[in-house]
Design a binder for this molecule. Structure first.
Ligand SMILES: N[C@H](CCC[C@H](N)C(=O)O)C(=O)O
Length: 268
């Protein structure tokens, strides 16, 4: 069977998008992993499928590069919203669900293949704290640690160990290292669970990092400019000081269609 795909990237976090409104594509873990392989496949950090939904615009499912399903992907969901826009689905604001619940995404700008997308994230209600680290779920689990020199941090070496520390983090975790560069400005590098590598950007990770920067260091700051290796993201939220509750969380950043093609399922 031949399946059409479109490749998108959001701040260098890259994805294979499949329009599955006809329900023909079956996402099997092994095939996903091979499609994402950068030498033997198309190459991507993950795969997203777009399916029909009875009540809202459409439905998103996200699979990591190793074939495992992730509940949510911030950059992926921004790419997904632009993909829906390119398919002519929904209005200026898209309503869709992911495995972590309902989302809205506003197309702030869209011209040709590229756009800027503002994504609504699920609320955060709990932040765990340990010795020099914080842990929260922004759709998927995230560990956050502050460092003085992000460029010199061994993101892959340290990330790989923390990611597998199931004594502390039973479902595993994405691992973010954060350098604070000012009030409301941070730099973030992320080791991603399911990709098992550092990626150029992670939207749920940038969101987790901004929330922890507020929680631990800058209680009055609710807007963050987040610099990641693949570009610039923005995070804002509402927060009642003294609580662990963060609502109206918005992640804004670029998304872009890169190319499209067709693959043969017998090959994957
Ligand atoms: N890159 C994604 C995160 C994918 C989540 C995945 N790594 C997992 O924990 O299953 C993002 O932009 O938020």
């Amino acid at each position: 069977m031949r399946t059409e795909f479109t490749k998108y990237e959001g701040a260098g976090n890259d994805f294979i998008l499949i329009d599955n409104r006809d329900g023909v594509f079956t996402p099997e873990a092994e095939a996903i992993a091979r499609l994402c392989d950068r030498h033997f496949g198309i190459g991507a950090d993950g795969v997203m499928t777009l399916a029909r939904s009875a009540e809202i615009d459409c439905s998103m499912r996200y699979y990591n590069a190793d074939g495992s399903e992730g509940e949510m992907c911030g950059n992926g969901a921004r790419c997904f919203a632009l993909f829906a826009e390119h398919l002519g689905i929904g209005g200026e604001t898209k309503y869709f669900d992911a495995a972590d619940g309902l989302h809205t995404a506003r197309i702030r700008r869209s011209k040709g293949p590229a756009g800027e997308i503002e994504l609504g994230m699920t609320a955060v209600r709990e932040i765990r704290t340990g010795d020099g680290w914080w842990f929260l779920n922004t759709g998927v689990p995230h560990y956050v640690e502050f460092v003085d020199d992000l460029a010199a941090t061994d993101v892959i070496g340290r990330g790989r160990i923390i990611r597998r520390d199931t004594a502390r983090f039973p479902q595993g975790t994405n691992v973010n290292f954060v350098q604070v560069t000012g009030d409301g400005t941070i730099r973030v590098r992320t080791y991603e669970r399911g990709v098992e590598n550092e990626t150029l950007a992670c939207g749920t990770g940038a969101t987790a990092a901004a929330i922890v920067a507020n929680f631990a260091l800058q209680p009055r700051t609710v807007r963050y400019a987040v610099s990641v290796p693949g570009g610039e993201l923005a995070v804002r939220f509402s927060h009642e000081p003294g609580t662990q509750t963060y609502t109206d969380i918005r992640l804004t950043g670029p998304a872009r269609r890169v190319f499209g093609g067709v693959f043969d399922s017998e090959n994957f």
